[in-house]
Write a protein that binds this ligand. Structure first.
Ligand SMILES: Cc1cc2nc3c(=O)[nH]c(=O)nc-3n(C[C@H](O)[C@H](O)[C@H](O)COP(=O)(O)OP(=O)(O)OC[C@H]3O[C@@H](n4cnc5c(N)ncnc54)[C@H](O)[C@@H]3O)c2cc1C
Length: 433
């Protein structure tokens, strides 16, 4: 069978790509192995609780993306919220981001953070090449030791000096001295950062987005796993043994797994680049719990190493996701790509630790949904940039365009998935015209 354009993956990026292509009269087939579309932006209902696969909040910075979602008929269901996020340190919380909110820290820690920031601020700037030096240079040792190093090392399962700076620009707010001093004195009251506000569906969970777009994709083939990709003869092999020929492919699968699907012999430099890619998985323990949420925050960050999770969300604080008198919790634990501890054991540890932190009553847990997102976060180590550039070129030269967070091997959000889908669709349409 022949299909001119094949889109690998029916997550947000793949769906938007196909929807845009069809809107300009260019048919596309979307191949998705799961029974429902949406990928990481899926939602499941269980015992009356609504669980996303992990916390998924929509940060819209571009008017044309807002317009697109309006066109999908879902904008009015996306309620805007002002972020309520905090950092849990030494048994108490202080608002996020910590660099302008040290007021909630014990006095000795607050002093270390403030002093460190002032020393760094007064020192000549250096050309940092790794995350550790960058933090020391901009925020100082106190904030580094208290939050930036332990939090990021727990999340990425890598040392801070193993991380490059390719991801920090948009995601780490950089305050001035005045804001930091105000923050230490509890005088800072404005929200900063790319996620200061967010939108979230009033009800039903984040699947609203993918479902709305999927309705406009004519040829979405669910339960269709791709098990092989032939680049020289241009076909994909499907789980049922059949083949589908293509002229062009938009691939949204995770880059290392895409390389593994290629059935042609691969050159050494491609294999080397594939081996250089590093990532973590996320174990998400979603709980439906009796009673009110233990805190008003939408989510909390946990930098301390004795707690296994890096973040815990309380999604029912921003959406109608639990029956009356109940709440939902989402515990996120980062696992490196080869760690071999049984998931059930880790999930139990996570719940026990949350109870010990005073944020969960174990006897009140009514139901749980345990999922592992693999991959979850790309580790931006010093090999990533060159490896990704080589693989991108390799695939593009053979008619395969990489699109989305995991295919492009980057750190990005749902809004970017929409933009990536648009870009991929434009590329296909231009190549075909
Ligand atoms: C822990 C975590 C939290 C996040 N939080 C947020 C947030 O708060 N806000 C935000 O905006 N973004 C968030 N994101 C990012 C967001 O999830 C992604 O940007 C977006 O989902 C990317 O969509 P995608 O379509 O590119 O990839 P995916 O959703 O992964 O889609 C790829 C699809 O390919 C399918 N597939 C894979 N292999 C095969 C195969 N062999 N055959 C057939 N199908 C296959 C998969 O089933 C999947 O549906 C978060 C991500 C993570 C991991």
């Amino acid at each position: 069978m022949t299909a001119r354009t094949v889109v690998l993956g029916g997550g947000l990026t793949g769906l938007v790509t196909a929807e845009r292509l069809e809107a300009c009269g260019h048919p596309a087939v979307v191949l998705e192995r799961e029974a429902v579309p949406g990928g990481a932006c899926r939602t499941e209902e269980q015992s009356g609780f609504v669980f996303d696969y992990t916390g998924h909040l929509l940060h819209i910075s571009q008017d044309d993306v807002a317009e697109y979602l309006r066109g999908m008929g879902i904008w009015d269901q996306l309620v805007e919220h002002e972020r309520r996020a905090a950092i849990f340190i030494a048994g108490r919380t202080t608002p996020y981001p910590i660099q302008i909110h040290t007021q909630g820290l014990p006095p000795r820690l607050r002093r270390e953070c403030l002093l460190g920031f002032i020393k760094a601020w007064a020192s000549p700037k250096t050309e940092s090449t790794n995350f550790r030096d960058w933090v020391l240079d901009r925020f100082g040792a106190g904030l580094g030791e208290c939050f930036f190093f332990p939090y990021n090392e727990k999340l990425y399962r890598a040392k801070a000096d193993e991380l490059s700076l390719d991801w920090v620009g948009r995601y780490v707010p950089k305050p001035d001295l005045e804001a930091v001093i105000d923050g230490a004195l509890g005088l800072h009251d404005s929200k900063v950062g790319y996620n200061a506000t967010f939108r979230y569906p009033d009800r039903g969970g984040i699947r609203l987005l993918a479902d709305a777009i999927a309705q406009r994709v004519n040829d979405l083939r669910l339960r269709t796993e791709v098990v092989g990709l032939n680049l020289s003869e241009r076909w994909v092999k499907l789980g049922d043994g059949s083949r589908l020929e293509w002229d062009a492919v938009v691939a949204t699968f995770a880059l290392p797994f895409l390389v593994d699907l290629v059935v042609d012999d691969l050159p050494d430099d491609v294999l080397k680049a594939r081996a250089a890619l590093r990532w973590v998985r996320v174990l998400n323990i979603a709980l439906g719990v009796d009673g009110q949420a233990p805190c008003p925050e939408h989510w909390l960050y946990f930098p301390e190493q004795d707690l296994p999770f890096y973040r815990v969300g309380f999604p029912s604080n921003h959406g109608r996701l639990a029956p009356a008198g109940h709440h939902t919790v989402s515990i996120e634990i980062s696992l490196d790509s080869v760690m071999d501890v049984p998931v059930s054991e880790l999930a139990e540890q996570g719940e026990r630790a949350l109870a010990a932190a005073g944020l969960l009553k174990p006897e009140a847990v009514r139901t749980r949904l345990i999922t592992v997102l693999d991959p979850s976060y790309v580790v931006f180590d010093h090999n990533r940039r060159d490896a990704v550039a080589l693989l991108r070129r390799f695939f593009l030269d053979r008619g395969v365009r990489l699109a989305g967070r995991w295919a492009e091997w980057k750190y990005s959000a749902m809004e970017d998935a929409v933009l990536d889908g648009w870009t991929a669709a434009r590329w296909i349409a231009a190549a075909g015209s």
